[in-house]
Design a protein around this ligand. Structure first.
Ligand code: GRF
Length: 198
């Protein structure tokens, strides 16, 4: 049976586009919803142009009421009935309670070679550490931030004159290759990690 995929974004949605465009032909999954916590997210228009239903649930009116925001998110997801949820540049931290409801069905892409550099500013931190290699990771989402079983990694060498900006720019095409490759395997029930070299 074809798997239903919901993609959660907060920004430009380039990873969402890569995922959506990969779900064609004999792919075991199809996108059913693109949802954003930011009604202005550029990715929403891109999703509409790909004929994917979209929804914005603005987190701001909820203020500190995280569970109210998550209840709205959960309700929308229940309506869309996804088998798989892909977080793709979704910039809200989700509570353990919310994640437990979707455990085993939620993936995330993180711009570092996890377990290194959980959280923000991953490119700057890789530079500060003097790393010679950087990359991105797709992992299953569990209650701990940027943790959970690793489903794929793409690696690239760092150069002497790299900046956080050049690293981000070189890494993004690798993210666009890795996430669809992992999703295809995951949707087919295969959790063997994908390894790519940039
Ligand atoms: C990506 O670098 C992703 O790894 C990070 O946020 C960025 C999202 O970019 N979590 P986009 O919205 O997919 O273009």
């Amino acid at each position: 049976m074809t798997k239903r995929v919901a993609i959660l974004i907060s920004g430009g949605g380039s990873n969402m586009v890569a995922l959506a465009q990969s779900m064609r032909g004999d792919h075991p999954a199809r996108p059913v919803l693109v949802m954003s916590n930011d009604p202005q997210a550029g990715g929403l228009a891109k999703a509409r142009s790909l004929h994917i239903p979209t929804l914005a649930i603005d987190h701001k009116p909820y203020g500190k009421d995280r569970s109210g925001f998550e209840a709205a998110l959960h309700k929308a997801l229940q309506t869309a009935r996804p088998d798989i949820i892909c977080l793709a540049g979704f910039m809200r931290i989700l509570t353990a309670e919310f994640m437990a409801k979707w455990e085993g069905r939620m993936l995330n892409i993180h711009p570092s070679l996890l377990p290194k550099y959980k959280g923000l500013h991953t490119h700057a931190r890789a530079l500060e550490a003097g790393d010679t290699e950087h990359g991105c990771t797709v992992h299953e989402v569990t209650a701990a931030l940027d943790d959970g079983p690793i489903l794929g990694q793409a690696r690239m060498s760092m150069q002497a004159d790299d900046t956080p900006q050049t690293l981000a720019a070189r890494l993004l095409p690798l993210e666009h290759a890795l996430y669809p490759a992992v999703l295809r395997r995951f949707a087919a029930g295969d959790r063997t990690p994908v390894t790519l070299q940039g």
